[in-house]
Design a protein around this ligand. Structure first.
Ligand code: ADP
Ligand code: MG
Length: 745
């Protein structure tokens, strides 16, 4: 008998060697294996007769191999196989498929799946590049045993058959998975306990877990084929909902715990209000006022703030962050403000000095590139409480920095980090980074990280507040999963006096015209960015690079203008100097890589030319474009492409031309790329899902969130304490397993 938690290597026929191949697919336990779902199904219950096929349909045909062979045409080798049912024959061809040469033996039964096409108009039907599976093959189709033939009879034909993605570089075939998963299912205990509370099961009509696992792999003959292919059978819904429910339960629990912890209740009296007003360089927009109110209200409460501030590029988040900092500083606390890059940290530092220092606040910048002596000195100021606002990169918190009295942590441009990184970040930020001999008992502790603790479990008193800021408009589904544990504030209004950016798409064959346009803008007193995807040239790719193009632009195109180069490999001092010159208007054209992507703010820059725009992601393009359109003058974004543009790139570029609305762009980006890559990299700390898909399963996600909240509102008439405890136990072990998070408290 197998337990769900048993390692897969103990499933019959797997063993340590194959278990390793499975591990590469993220399959470690029997439970993982059973959640390796078919990506499609084949109806081999009613396979089609060759004579009934219709042109253009996708069909499964089971037939006998008659003959096969490789033909060399002038352009490529073509492999052809003819299969038959009685007297009916069906030709199948595969292009460039010499590897199939010895694959088929006459007399073998084969299942074929593909599109029915006419050989030529009015000619015979054939399958072009069909997927296939030999139904009575031994040896080279993965491990076999003596029951092979018997199983083949029952698992491969005469039913709806699951098709799995193969693994281990093709060694673990769909057919192998089918057999192994079948074995695992047969050896499961007769009951699997259902950890979802009964009332939730009832509301969503969820079928029991064991039944769901069976049916998702081995659908019953009557199952709707459409539901199967769309992952909408009761079995699919049960498994998907379960995964989302326990994710949301964990996030909801974190929210609850945060409310139960002791935070700092910042005083918000008239003198603080006065201080807030004093620094404002402009009238805040009503959106800024609203979110500041939400933040201030959180800060005034005796539990720690965990809030996400979302606002498109240029919507004015910085000043809101400064206002939050002032509330803390006026209360005698310190503030940490972290940015993802040194440039951004520096920029925040300059704005902070401009806006906050005249009001008497003490601001320091702590970055990796400082001299060691200087770093030590700054750290001392922080530990002694002299430094009130500490600005740095996230590296700031990777090392141990002791704060005398940390009150608020502000994390800027969080979109580069996923939920898991954020948990770790917050933990590091607030975990023991406090001088032990501080005069006043400082705020510290274990901020919600790792696996949520049981309700009622408290961590140390006086957790600092955390404000996370992101410029990426996050589609609601993602916000629910990535930031489900945070309260949300949105700045949905731009500061006044902005003219919408005009975006144009041109091929670099017209680059001279673009440069002329740029020259005119500079003549009118404006500045421009020219952005490249890479720093250095690479012969093979032929991609234009910042370094080379900088030379070309300065020497050949704009010898009379002030052109400068900025990229990530420059020394921090130099970068800073260049940015400052650009800010002061002493550089006309800044040639750069994506280092300017985030946060850089120069209102007089009205043109951005992005070369090789086809190579950038949608979110990145939007971020880049956000660097212009910051002043009253009309701004222009020129997306310049080189050579062939793929269809997907075209959709991205079209979207950029069509809209400036970050939310629309984000939704499309999510659709084009899928959630895993939405945040730039696969490892962005997205919880990875076994069976759920955030785009397909939006509604189930909403339901999961709702139900998780309802369960945590108990115990009550609907849900008992035992049920809650059971669900939480299950959630904890799942979080530990799926997200590799270990509880600290
Ligand atoms: P982001 O949300 O992208 O961080 P910033 O905070 O950098 O945006 O603000 C973008 C620009 O808009 C800055 O130059 C800032 O000074 C200006 N700004 C912000 N709020 C207002 C406002 N209410 N009125 C006028 N200008 C504003
Ligand atoms: Mg910003």
């Amino acid at each position: 008998m197998l337990e769900l938690s048993t390692s897969v290597q103990y499933v019959k026929e797997i063993g340590p060697r194959l278990a390793e191949l499975l591990a590469a697919k993220g399959i470690h336990t029997v439970d993982d294996l059973l959640h390796y779902l078919p990506f499609r199904y084949e109806d081999r219950l009613n396979p089609r007769g060759i004579s009934e096929l219709r042109r253009g349909e996708m069909a499964t045909v089971i037939a006998e191999v008659r003959n096969s062979g490789l033909f060399r045409t002038r352009r490529m080798p073509i492999f052809q196989m003819t299969a038959g049912q009685g007297r009916a024959r069906l030709k199948c061809i595969w292009f460039n498929a010499a590897y199939l040469r010895d694959r088929f033996k006459p007399g073998q039964m084969v299942a074929l799946y593909g599109k029915v096409e006419e050989e030529r108009y009015g000619g015979e039907f054939q399958l072009v590049q069909p997927q296939f599976e030999l139904l009575d093959e031994g040896g080279n189709d993965g491990p076999t045993d003596s029951t092979e033939r018997k199983l083949a009879g029952s698992l491969e034909v005469g039913r709806i058959v699951p098709i799995y993605e193969s693994a281990g570089q093709g060694r673990l075939t769909s057919r192998w998975f089918r057999r192994i998963i079948h074995t695992a299912l047969e050896n499961l205990p007769p009951e699997i306990h259902d950890s979802i509370p009964a009332v939730v099961r009832g509301r969503l009509s969820l079928i029991p877990p064991r039944q769901a696992l069976w049916k998702v792999h081995w659908p019953e003959p009557g199952e709707s084929f459409e539901d199967l292919q769309n992952s909408r059978t009761p079995a699919h819904v049960r498994l998907i909902f379960e995964e989302l429910f326990f994710l949301e339960l964990g996030l909801e629990l974190k929210r609850h715990q945060q409310k139960a912890q002791t935070g700092i209740a910042f005083r918000l009296d008239d003198s603080v209000r006065e201080a807030l007003k004093k620094i404002l360089p402009f009238h805040p927009t009503s959106a800024q006022k609203r979110v500041l109110k939400e933040i201030a209200s959180d800060m005034g409460k005796p539990f720690p703030m965990r809030r996400l501030l979302q606002g498109d590029v240029g919507s004015g988040k910085t000043i809101v962050a400064f206002e939050a900092a002032i509330i803390a500083m006026e209360n005698g606390y310190q503030v940490a403000l972290m940015a993802p890059t040194e440039i951004l940290a520096q920029q925040h530092y300059f704005s902070a000095r401009r806006i906050l220092e005249p009001a008497g606040y003490r601001v320091v910048l702590l970055t990796g590139s400082l001299e060691d002596d200087r770093k030590r000195e700054i750290r001392r100021h922080i530990a002694q409480g002299n430094a009130q606002l500490v600005i740095g990169t996230h590296a700031l918190i990777e090392q141990k920095v002791d704060f005398a009295r940390l009150g608020v942590v502000i994390v800027d441009e969080q979109h580069r980090f996923g939920v898991l990184q954020r948990f770790k970040l917050m933990k590091k930020t607030t975990d023991g980074h406090v001088a032990s001999d501080a005069p006043i008992r400082p705020g510290t502790g274990h901020v919600g990280t790792g696996v949520p603790a049981r309700p009622g479990e408290r961590s140390s008193p006086n957790e600092p507040d955390v404000l996370v800021m992101t410029a990426t408009p996050i589609p609601r589904t993602l916000a629910l999963t990535l930031y489900g544990d945070l309260d949300l504030s949105v700045i949905d209004e731009m500061p006044p006096g902005r003219t919408p950016i005009v975006t144009k798409l041109v091929s670099d064959e017209h680059s001279e015209k673009v440069w002329d346009f740029l020259r005119k803008q500079v003549a009118n007193g404006h500045q421009a960015y020219v952005v490249y995807p890479v720093i250095e040239e690479n012969e093979e790719t032929g991609i234009k690079a910042a370094q080379k193009m900088y030379k070309e632009l300065q020497e050949r195109v704009f010898p009379d203008l002030r052109v400068a180069l900025l990229h990530g490999r420059l020394d921090a001092d130099l970068k800073e100097q260049i940015m400052r010159l650009f800010q002061k208007g002493e550089i006309d054209i800044l040639v750069s890589t994506t280092v300017i992507e985030v946060g850089v703010d120069v209102a007089n820059a009205t043109v951005m030319v992005i070369e090789h725009a086809e190579r950038f992601g949608l979110a990145q393009l939007h971020q880049l474009r956000g660097r212009i359109g910051r002043g009253a003058a009309r701004s222009y974004c020129v997306l310049m492409t080189s050579g062939k543009v793929t269809e997907e790139a075209e959709r991205r570029l079209d979207a950029m031309v069509r809209t400036n609305d970050g939310f629309q762009i984000a939704e499309l980006d999510l659709e084009l790329r899928g959630p895993g890559e939405f945040f730039g990299t696969r490892q962005a700390g997205m919880p990875s899902f076994q069976v759920a898909n955030l785009i397909r399963d939006r509604q189930l996600l909403e339901a999961a969130k709702r139900e998780a909240a309802a369960v945590l509102a108990g115990p009550n008439a609907e849900v008992s304490q035992e049920e809650i405890d059971r669900a939480l136990r299950h959630m904890r072990s799942r979080w530990q397993r799926s997200y590799g998070l270990v509880e600290v408290a």
